[in-house]
Design a protein around this ligand. Structure first.
Ligand SMILES: Cc1cc2nc3c(=O)[nH]c(=O)nc-3n(C[C@H](O)[C@H](O)[C@H](O)COP(=O)(O)OP(=O)(O)OC[C@H]3O[C@@H](n4cnc5c(N)ncnc54)[C@H](O)[C@@H]3O)c2cc1C
Length: 402
């Protein structure tokens, strides 16, 4: 790729070597055992891939999202779980804290992540998925602290992550002030509990669990408020999530790229009717379409990452990239499995794991439908409220302002 610097090419090569030599051989076992790959964490930490985007003054390398996506794709090509760990150790929660946090928060987050912690970001609740702002977890001000109560679910890393960034509705003197982020460390904070683990379809090496807050007391110093203030706190914190979205898109891309490479090799070596199956035009066109989808998805991801220029990616570009990458990944992994015939359906090969892993990315971190609504809102330069009375309320507000 012409736009990669020499340093980025070296970083990509180093990530590829680690992925192929050390991560790939364990990927099937991580999936089978459903155990968090602590060995891989050690390798990622030694390689400097945990917290590589953390600024130098906090002990990181100050690398960019573009640098991170190069590493993530290499990891995800061989192990989707490891790719996701690199995302969460460089984007999302840690990204929000390093951008908006105070000194104590930044030092805490950097220290944990650089030592190998993959932070958990806790937004979704059983009653508030796509409608995330309808969350019912509250943070009630009590003197110089907040008491958090509520239940989050589908929290990636529940039970293995230490650093948690918990989104909650802030209540002061009985008044709803908006949504803020609260930092709590598992093992140190009483009242932070890990609930039931989801029996997930794919990406099984990372637990997805409930996180339960029962009078979890968080000092006001550990509240993260973006510059927009609490009233626009959710939107501000979600800016950081645009980074997570290109990261998630890159895991989808990497998993699909891995499956595609298996398919190309298999097509060249498997013979039927006395010739390699690669000679059948039906499969040739499948492979051509797969490569087109992968290149297009990679271009959108790199575009969003490059345009971030040290900040967070733009919402529309991040959403476009995640939508295309996640939908391409479902198609490509399925086609790669198909090209393998029965061998692809066997758990002896990684194709079925890749197809299961790829299935997540049109759901987690903003569904493809909800992201399309955001893209449309950005194109049309209009708000797109989704509640039944949303447009009526907007119209009433406009009339009142006139
Ligand atoms: C593997 C995995 C890991 C996750 N990790 C985390 C995590 O670490 N932290 C966290 O906070 N959350 C996490 N999530 C939760 C994820 O962000 C939510 O699943 C997602 O936001 C969708 O919410 P939901 O599952 O409740 O679906 P729902 O919101 O109930 O949606 C159901 C269906 O309705 C559609 N829909 C809903 N509203 C609209 C609309 N307005 N227009 C059109 N269609 C709509 C959706 O697209 C979907 O198809 C994870 C999820 C998964 C699967």
């Amino acid at each position: 790729m012409f736009y990669l610097t020499d340093e980025q090419k070296m970083l990509q090569d180093a990530a590829r070597r680690l992925a192929e030599e050390k991560i790939a051989p364990r990927a099937a076992e991580v999936d089978r055992s459903e155990e968090y790959p602590w060995d891989n964490i050690k390798l990622l930490t030694e390689a400097g891939f945990m917290g590589m985007t953390i600024p130098r003054e906090y002990g990181g390398q100050g690398l960019t999202y573009m640098d991170a996506v190069l590493v993530i794709e290499e990891m995800a090509k061989v192990c989707g779980v490891t790719g996701r760990i690199v995302v969460e150790a460089n984007m999302g929660g840690v990204g929000a804290i390093m951008k908006y946090g105070n000194e104590a928060q930044k030092n805490l987050a950097a220290g944990l992540v650089l030592a190998g912690d993959k932070p958990a970001i806790c937004i979704t609740e059983p009653g508030a998925g796509s409608a995330a702002t309808e969350m019912s977890t509250t943070a009630v001000k009590q003197g110089s602290s907040y008491a958090l109560n509520g239940i989050k679910h589908w929290i990636t890393g529940g039970g293995v992550s230490k650093l948690h960034l918990i989104f909650a509705r802030v209540v002061e003197d009985g008044e709803d002030k908006g949504i803020g982020g609260f930092i709590a460390v598992r093992g140190e904070a009483e009242g932070l509990k890990v609930g039931t683990r989801e029996p997930a379809m794919g990406l099984r090496g990372i637990p997805e669990t409930e996180i339960i807050m029962e009078n979890l007391v968080v000092s006001e110093d550990m509240m993260v408020v973006p510059p927009e203030g609490l009233k626009r706190g959710f939107a501000g914190l979600m800016n950081a999530y645009n980074g997570q979205r290109i990261g998630a898109g890159t895991v989808a891309l990497g998993v699909a790229q891995g499956a595609y490479e298996h398919a190309v090799n298999y097509a060249k070596t498997r013979e039927q009717f006395g010739r390699p199956i690669a000679e059948f035009q039906g499969l040739q066109w499948m492979l051509a379409d797969m490569s087109i989808g992968l290149s297009a998805a990679r271009a959108l991801i790199h575009n969003a990452a490059l345009n971030a220029k040290g900040g967070f990616p733009n919402m529309r570009e991040a959403a476009q990239a995640k939508i295309l990458a996640s939908e391409t990944a479902i198609k490509v992994t399925n086609d790669a499995l198909q090209i393998h015939g029965s061998a692809g359906y066997s758990r002896n090969l990684p194709l079925e794991r890749m197809a299961r892993d790829a299935r997540m990315f049109t759901i987690g971190g903003g569904t493809a439908q909800v992201l399309r609504t955001q893209v449309a809102g950005s194109i049309l330069e209009m708000r797109t409220p989704q509640t039944r009375d949303g447009y009526a309320r907007l119209a009433a507000k406009k009339m009142a302002a006139e």
